[in-house]
Ligand binder design. Structure first.
Ligand code: GLY
Ligand code: MN
Ligand code: MN
Length: 410
């Protein structure tokens, strides 16, 4: 059984009797004229089917003893395919997804009516993910609204929390893809280290990273790269990446490759001229200490929220020792983001945070300190997986020790 089928079986255990699940692969939003934004398959859709193309639907119903899975795909005429390329064929889709019943999407509405007309089906599940009250209506919301007009007795349920809970624990297949994404990211970071020197540009360093990704057949970045020299590094989401890198400054990179839908998320901070000043060493050393202490604390059973407490505690004690702050409240001025988020099909992956750690969870560890007045922003971000006792740092090959960085740069 492949992962996608295994995922569906796990989902199936968690849904009501007499229910139908309807998931959409989505389609890319319009950008301008005949251009569209890049398309990423809806993440739960991918997780459950392995399909990566737009305009597909997956249905699964559970009715008495009967369970029926169907994948609905578009089929393209030869003439159209000549222009915009072919789409996946039904037999190929069936092979990847292990869904036996793959049909032309034209039959979807009729199929739904056939299932729902006798009135025995009670629940309809779709994926609802509203991030702000001003967002436009999603495909799923429109679908549910239209369906309720015809079948008002149906109870609408959100499948997302059920699938998100499954996605919190990574399967070996997923961990392999994460390892690959991180390993290519490592190669890209090392290329930056080789080329970094005063009077180069943020975008130039970004280009060294991008070259390695392209060469390795990476299709997408996990997110927009941050290459931020000096004071720019103190802006959390700086993405302009166009300024000169000055002698004596540090530069912060936050970047990651995506490999077969799975994302790396790495931050490293380097001295532009290859040598840390004493002040940079003190502050960098403190962030590194926080990074390592959090990593050391990770094991099954500890609350997810403890990670941030550990990071804050190390940074507070360190900054106090350096005479920079006196009280814990002051820390917020220099460290103002979370230390960890789940990582997987999304860079900020889904998952519950009011939980204890379990083996198979993958998340980042990314303490930072930001001093715009000193032209300094430091973040050291690793990707880790919780093991049976402790954790494994998936990004351990990516240089972060002071000696190691200075050696590689000189
Ligand atoms: N690159 C986004 C983050 O570190 O969360
Ligand atoms: Mn991150
Ligand atoms: Mn990051």
């Amino acid at each position: 059984m492949n992962m996608f089928k295994a995922n569906r079986e796990e989902m199936l255990e968690n849904i009501e009797e007499n229910s139908i699940v309807v998931l959409f692969s989505g389609n890319p939003p319009h950008k301008s004229a005949d251009a569209f934004y890049l398309y990423w398959p809806e993440r739960n859709f991918y997780y459950l089917t392995g399909m990566t193309e737009p305009n597909q639907i997956f249905t699964l119903y559970k009715y008495g003893n009967k369970i029926k899975e169907t994948l609905w795909v578009i089929e393209r005429e030869a003439q159209e395919a000549k222009w915009i390329g072919d789409v996946i064929h039904k037999d190929e889709a069936s092979l990847i997804s292990e869904i036996d019943d793959v049909r032309n999407i034209h039959g979807f509405t009729k199929f739904m009516d056939m299932i729902l007309l006798n009135g025995d089906m009670e629940y309809i599940y779709a994926g609802f993910d509203r991030r702000s009250k001003n967002m436009g209506q999603s495909l799923e919301e429109k679908f549910a609204k239209d369906l309720l007009e015809k079948y008002p007795y149906l109870k609408v349920k959100n499948i997302n929390p059920i699938v998100h809970r499954l996605r919190m624990i990574k399967k070996p297949f997923e961990v392999d893809l994460l390892r690959k994404a991180i390993s290519i990211t490592n190669e890209g970071v090392r290329s930056i280290l080789k080329n970094l020197k005063p009077n180069t540009f943020e975008n130039e360093m970004e280009a060294h990273f991008d070259f390695v990704l392209k060469k390795n057949n990476v299709k997408w970045h996990a997110f927009n790269t941050i290459a931020a020299g000096g004071k720019n590094a103190a802006t959390l989401h700086y993405e302009e990446n166009c300024k000169k890198l000055n002698d004596g400054d540090m530069v912060l990179f936050d970047l990651g490759a995506q490999w077969n839908q799975y994302n790396a998320d790495i931050s490293r901070t380097f001295p532009v001229n290859g040598k840390f000043s004493q002040e940079q060493k003190d502050l960098y050393g403190l962030v590194l200490k926080a990074n390592k202490e959090v990593i050391k604390s990770i094991k099954p059973g500890i609350p997810f929220s403890d990670l941030q407490k550990t990071a804050r505690n190390v940074l507070f004690v360190g900054l106090k020792e350096l005479g920079i702050i006196e009280t814990e409240e002051e820390l917020f001025q220099y460290y103002f983001h979370g230390v960890s988020h789940y990582l997987g099909l999304d860079t900020h992956d889904v998952g519950f945070r009011n939980v204890d750690l379990k083996p198979g969870m993958v998340f980042t560890v990314e303490p930072g300190l930001y001093f715009p007045e000193k032209n300094i922003g430091i973040r050291i971000e690793d990707d880790v997986i919780v093991a049976k006792d402790g954790c494994e740092v998936l990004s351990k090959e990516i240089p972060k020790e002071i000696d190691e960085i200075e050696k590689l740069m000189n």
